[in-house]
Design a protein around this ligand. Structure first.
Ligand SMILES: *Cc1c(COP(=O)(O)O)cnc(C)c1O
Length: 470
């Protein structure tokens, strides 16, 4: 399996070559040259595999430059009951016949990002151990990404994590999750500023090429291909859980931000999984809904990004969307380059009226938008009718999923976080506190370890250099 850039400017690379990198050298995103096809016999054979076994079957098709036995061992080590609190790893909760929730939030940080990040942590450690290397992960987070990266990389040999977050802006639970980690390789930096300041600092540090090289700065952001591919696995699992045979179709509803989660659904569908619809839900920040409805892709200036009660979907642009666009335009890299030269310059493009946009339907995509009022109403109704408490992001997905599903086709709504992470909105919707999963009750009273800093790139660089020994 080789990987090409969506912008066509780099020679094909192997999986391990793209694993530790971010953007391709030409600014594009890595994509597999072709999608491995899963035939009827293979799909039937996969139906009764454990999560770890299924993960191996899917992943090794995408990383055939890692010995199969090692991929198998990495999957077995990652997808355990000890880490994900259930044997099934991603159990399905059925609300009523034909309406299901796929639980993806039983990992250490109670959000779906653990599904991929836990594997990525083990992959990093494996690859670095093979070449004796070291990597210093620098990231910015407004909540979920940072904590799932820290829990995946804590204590890993050869890896340090420097995570910037806006001081006092994350929920109490998210803050406690990150800052209570006492591992020597985890460095929490609370920046006096907002999330955008943190992102700008990461950019500024990365723009210093010499520093970046000397300090071996890396990233685990959402464009990482290994994260996307690890997420493909649970689409297959969800499908098997709600169907009795492999000629049935299902639809998935996916609360979307950076388009990483639903991109994995697109890959699963391209591999041959019988998915009828991929239902994309946005919150008030509806960049993606606007595209799928009208063909217009308009990135928002950061001042136009609303702070919502499903904060992990508050995005100005959807960084993985370029991957889908590459397929949509028939893998014409020159076309992607042309479109994104406008996006990268702060502009927009519009595919309305083109044959490309007419193809969106063939890829199964439909979309919708959910607001704060919708979120509250959905959380309330699901709790009242089914006795199930869902979080704000999952509520966005469910709301749009119900609008866009077709009769007779089972709908699987992806649960992307647990309600405890967003207690304030749960109280607003239900007039009560969310349930605390076992083992998390004391989290907010544990001692916290973090460094407070001004939004000053030189100070951040000095801090990193002072802690890496490089
Ligand atoms: C990251 C996140 C999302 C958005 O996922 P994308 O892959 O960025 O589309 C949705 N919900 C929660 C809880 C998240 O943490």
């Amino acid at each position: 399996m080789r990987y090409v850039s969506t912008r066509g400017g780099v020679a094909p690379q192997t999986f391990t070559q793209i694993l530790l990198g971010g953007l391709c050298a030409d600014g594009g995103l890595a994509m597999p040259e072709t999608y491995p096809q899963v035939g009827a016999a293979e799909l039937a054979a996969w139906r009764n595999l454990s999560y770890a076994e299924l993960a191996y079957e899917i992943l090794h098709k995408f990383c055939d430059d890692i010995p199969a036995a090692d991929v198998k061992a990495l999957c077995a080590k990652t997808y355990t009951k000890a880490t994900f609190r259930t044997e099934a790893i991603t159990p399905v909760k059925t609300l009523e016949p034909g309406l299901h929730i796929l639980e993806l939030s039983n990992g250490p940080t109670l959000a779906f990002k653990d599904m991929a990040m836990q594997l990525l942590g083990n992959l990093f450690e494996y690859v670095l151990a093979t070449d004796g290397g070291q990597i210093n992960i620098l990231g910015a987070t407004s909540g979920d990404t940072g904590s799932s990266a820290e829990y995946a990389l804590r204590g890993k040999r050869g890896v340090n994590v420097f995570m910037l977050s806006p001081l006092g802006k994350m929920s109490a639970f998210q803050t406690a999750q990150m800052f209570s980690l006492q591992d020597a390789n985890i460095f929490n930096i609370a920046v006096r500023g907002v999330f955008d300041d943190c992102q700008d600092l990461v950019k500024a540090v990365n723009n210093d090429a010499l520093f970046k090289k000397r300090q071996r700065i890396g990233a685990v952001n959402s464009i990482n291909w290994a994260r996307v591919v690890a997420q493909v696995v649970y689409y297959f699992r969800g499908y098997f859980a709600v169907t009795g045979s492999n000629d049935e179709e299902v639809s998935f509803a996916v609360p979307s931000g950076n388009f990483g989660n639903i991109c994995a659904g697109h890959v699963a569908r391209m591999m041959g999984l019988p998915i009828q619809r991929l239902i994309l839900a946005t919150n008030e920040n509806n960049v993606l809904d606007e595209f799928f409805r009208s063909g217009r892709y308009r990135v928002r200036p950061s001042g136009e990004v609303a702070q919502t009660s499903s904060p992990s979907m508050d995005i100005s642009k959807a960084s993985n969307f370029e991957r889908f666009a590459f397929d949509l335009v028939g893998r014409d890299a020159d076309m992607v380059k042309r479109l994104w030269s406008k996006v990268d310059a702060g502009g927009e493009f519009n595919l309305a009226g083109t044959p490309y946009f007419a193809n969106v339907k063939e890829y199964g995509f439909v979309s919708g938008c959910s607001t704060h009022a919708d979120r509250l109403a959905t959380i309330h109704r699901v709790y009242k009718e089914y006795g199930v408490m869902i979080d704000t992001h999952t509520a966005d997905g469910l709301k749009v999923g119900l609008e866009q599903r077709r009769p007779g086709i089972p709908l699987i709504c992806l649960e992307t976080a647990l309600p405890v992470k967003f207690a304030q909105t749960i109280r607003e919707a239900l007039g009560r506190d969310p349930d605390y999963p076992a083992g998390c009750e004391k989290l907010e009273s544990l001692p916290q370890r973090f460094e407070v800093m001004d939004a000053d790139a030189d100070a951040v660089k000095a801090y990193i250099a002072g802690h890496t020994g490089l």
